[in-house]
Design a protein around this ligand. Sequence first.
Ligand SMILES: [Zn+2]
Ligand SMILES: [Zn+2]
Length: 373
Amino acid sequence: MQDFYEVLGISKEADADTIKKAYRKLAMQYHPDRNPGDKEAEDKFKAAASAYDVLGTTEKKAQYDRFGHQAYTQNGRGGSGGGFQDVDDIFSAFGDVFGDLFGGGGGGSRSQGRNRNQPRRGSDLRYMTEVTFKEVIEGSEKDIEFDTEDNCKVCNGSGAEKGKEPITCKTCGGAGQVRVSQGFFQMATTCPQCQGQGAVVKDPCKPCRGQGRIKQHRKIKLTIPAGVDTGTRLRVSNEGEGGYRGGPAGDLYVQIQVASDARFERDGDNLYSALAADYLMLLLGGEVEVETVIGKKSLEIPKGTQVGERLVLKGEGIPSLRGSRRGDLIFQVGVEFPKKLQKEEEELLRQIAQKRGHETKCGAKGSFFSRKK
Ligand SMILES: [Zn+2]
Ligand SMILES: [Zn+2]
């Protein structure tokens, strides 16, 4: 799959202006008005818009650069990398990019088959958040802040001042589009008078300056259940963009990324960790203190435990997202030998070795193997 930079044909170092230019070029090339009925062009148009939706927004771009394409599109809305399903959404989102070419400023929209004044659902929003293993085990509550927009309550999205309805546009007769000739071709293009709205606002609503939409900075508390994993997507109903003209709000999708922790590796609900035990502990058995995600616990090492064996702390892993069972914390046993022996220690060890039939004078090479003959 192409990442968003590849889709726009730019390098990762491209600045905001370059990104916008690259998108604009592709959007013009694959514009549905220029490629009527061409499914491939439409797909490319949507793909470019999805890429620009992310790379053209500082906040989203930062998240994208940090978490990567895979994380961004996983469980997405499908289609062209989880972005836009509907060409009209692209126009309402990036109208300003088309500005001067298609309809002279404003959100040029294609009214073909859809009346912009009808109520419709707001867009879904996507957000990413990182959680630690501790939060995965205990569950957490996070403050999530994001920018969104809502229907202007004062004019109910019409953009007209209270008591005054928008009037039908004279230029296009309410169609939102006009036909223009370009060489041999006749092209339908967004009406420059009403910017595709089909209606003109004579007295703009003051709070939204005639846009019908109000920018919002929203802050919500999100409860993240225990057991989530990287790629888990939480849907928060109605916290997306507000609906248009009284339509329902979109949803907010929060994508989870679990922060890596050098001490633990996760496999489903189980956690793996390495344990370096003293060689005498492995031989003689005993109890050691080990680190779990939550805190220290004691772990029993049976006599004669071998290097590479696994010791399990039951129920110290990750809780299952569905159900009550908790996974295990599994230690892979390693060994630690003292680098230097005290004189006394060495003497004792030599005695042991002798008892077990080893040649120990001068620690002769190969003596441990000669025993086997
Ligand atoms: Zn308003
Ligand atoms: Zn018009």
